[in-house]
Design a protein around this ligand. Sequence first.
Ligand SMILES: CC(C)(COP(=O)(O)OP(=O)(O)OC[C@H]1O[C@@H](n2cnc3c(N)ncnc32)[C@H](O)[C@@H]1OP(=O)(O)O)[C@@H](O)C(=O)NCCC(=O)NCCS
Length: 180
Amino acid sequence: MQKNIGNKTAPVRLRFRPVRWQRDLTAMMYIERAGFARPWDREKFLLFSLRADVQAVIAELDGVVVGYILCELYDDRVHVAHVAVHPAHQSQGIGSALIQSTCDSSVGRPVTLNARVSNMRARELYEHLGFTLVQFKPAHYDDGEAAVVMRYAPWQPRLISDLSAPLGTNSLLPSAVLTS
Ligand SMILES: CC(C)(COP(=O)(O)OP(=O)(O)OC[C@H]1O[C@@H](n2cnc3c(N)ncnc32)[C@H](O)[C@@H]1OP(=O)(O)O)[C@@H](O)C(=O)NCCC(=O)NCCS
């Protein structure tokens, strides 16, 4: 992928870095409102940011915030509490790369997440990355919708070997993954 700067072209790169809450919150809330029918509000983000047992990573595409993943770190698992990619940048492999980086840095722990039963796009993505359905939670969300709990265990065989192949391009693979 390339972008034009005047009459020059520069490579566009995906980079992951820890969230800097003061600087990133506005962009995150913009993505949140664009991506979710029931978005997290500012208070929910701020409460999350105050926790010591969490990890929050931003995806930047050529310096622009395009997505994020928020995880809770437990002794025996890592739980993906929230993940989003701006609609204009979806279907380019960024969501896969965010989740894959979480799985890769989970230090042997399984990774879990919840998804609305109706969120087939997200569920397909998780399945594609090797997550399996482990629990069904009826009426889990405020509006009464059920959740599926999905889990990725590092010792499970991957369903695919090359995450960059079908969806993204190699240029979209992150140049660096930094954890907070
Ligand atoms: C879910 C979300 C984070 C995914 O981000 P993304 O950057 O679009 O993800 P990717 O590009 O890596 O992959 C998503 C797509 O790949 C599909 N996909 C991934 N691997 C696939 C494979 N091997 N074969 C077929 N489809 C595949 C997914 O079903 C989805 O399909 P689509 O692009 O054709 O609609 C993003 O859609 C989003 O922010 N959604 C709104 C918020 C949300 O629902 N968050 C998750 C809450 S559980």
